[in-house]
Design a protein around this ligand. Structure first.
Ligand code: SF4
Ligand code: SF4
Length: 356
């Protein structure tokens, strides 16, 4: 009889073999933790064991020379154990407090800032479609690098009312979660269709089905099967572009950047929230996106000056109200900015997929 094939395991690998031995030994048995300084966390276990975590920011997209350099620092100054966070920081764990300062110095000497803990601006989470996806409208990793260069001080110091989590997304429909400040591509014109290519490249029923507002229909153009878009219905989401590249939505002038604020996943102190649009139509201006940086810095400075200790961005906005948010930040306010979902029945009934 043939041997039974073992099941194929998939998903996240078992973290235990890669974990610092002090963490493995004391897993789930921690007495308390504290935050001795920006970028450093201290944990004491019930057994009396101690461990320090040092968090360093990276440039996000890393070549293997950089990764080797970071690993060499772990071997030379740490205990040889590191992990990358979801926000592309690297964390070094050491069981000897005397190693913390030399480790920080070694990282700083190589240009890696230490910070991103507690009430700082943590590294920006982002999608990286520019490298591997089929539909990006901007290089979200580049936005991260440009912005974090400007927010360096807010990363290495803990001077915000609470933690600020930011995100960037390179298209407006897919990846990217809720964030205190989210920077998202915004298409402002319907796709331009190359009718010569549609019949050869696109499976037309899939493209028609893809549109959330039923704006696409099959059409004959110059005697060839193609597609047409009802531009009055089109919400410029870009969902038709991935299954049908001849429906080009990216445009050097009309693909913009929008900024949303007040989202969070955390349950601490208040419920999780959706972020809301506060600035639209900013130029997608690579490689440094100065207009985006200006708006983000304005929002952060206002929050820093006006937020009470431990108020997250949305807690601060809920306390002062959205009109005051726009007044204090100086961002122009229009009625289109805020949707509190009271009109959701009408809005969502525009969708071809959701009807109620
Ligand atoms: S945000 Fe959009 S373009 Fe970027 S990786 Fe995700 S699906 Fe691709
Ligand atoms: S999928 Fe989006 S961009 Fe394409 S036609 Fe429909 S609404 Fe417009």
């Amino acid at each position: 009889m043939a041997e039974l094939r073992p099941p194929i395991e998939s998903g996240a690998p078992d973290p235990m073999p890669y974990m610092h031995p002090v963490m493995v030994k004391n897993y789930g048995k921690w007495a308390f933790h504290s935050h001795p300084k920006p970028g450093v966390l201290y944990h004491r276990a019930e057994s009396g064991d101690e461990i320090w975590t040092v968090k360093a920011g990276t440039q996000r997209q890393m070549d293997h020379y950089t990764i080797r350099e970071l690993a060499d620092i772990a071997d030379q100054y740490g205990d040889g154990f590191v992990r990358f966070t979801a926000r592309s920081n690297i964390e070094y764990m050491v069981a000897d407090g005397a190693k913390v300062e030399p480790l920080i110095k070694a990282l700083n000497d190589k240009g890696y800032p230490i910070g991103g803990t507690a009430n700082s601006v943590s590294m920006i989470a982002h999608t990286q479609g520019w490298l591997h996806c089929d539909i990006p409208g901007t290089d979200a990793s580049g936005v991260v690098k440009a912005l974090m260069d400007e927010l360096y001080d807010d990363f290495v110091k803990c001077e915000m009312p609470n933690r600020v989590k930011m995100s960037t997304s390179c298209c407006e429909i897919n990846c990217g979660g809720q964030a205190d400040i989210a920077i998202i591509v915004q298409h402002t014109k319907p796709p331009k269709i190359n009718h010569d290519l549609v019949a050869n490249v696109c499976e037309r029923p899939s493209v028609v089905a893809r549109c959330p507002v039923a704006a696409i229909r099959p059409a004959l153009v110059n005697g060839k099967p193609s597609l047409e878009v009802d531009e009055k219905k089109c919400i410029c989401c870009g969902a038709c572009f991935p299954p049908c590249p001849p429906m080009q939505i990216n445009d050097p002038e009309h693909s913009k950047i929008a900024i949303w604020v007040g989202g969070k996943n955390s349950n601490a102190r208040s419920k999780p929230t959706f972020h809301k649009l506060v600035a639209a139509g900013l130029p997608n201006n690579a490689p440094r996106w100065p207009e985006v940086a200006e708006v983000v810095k304005k929002i952060l400075a206002t929050y820093k000056a006006d937020g009470k200790p431990w108020e997250r961005m949305i807690d601060w906005i809920d306390r002062i109200g959205w009109p005051a948010f726009f007044e204090k930040t100086g961002l122009p306010f229009t009625k289109y900015h805020i949707d509190n979902w009271r009109g959701g029945r009408a809005n969502l009934n525009a969708s071809a997929h959701i009807r109620f």
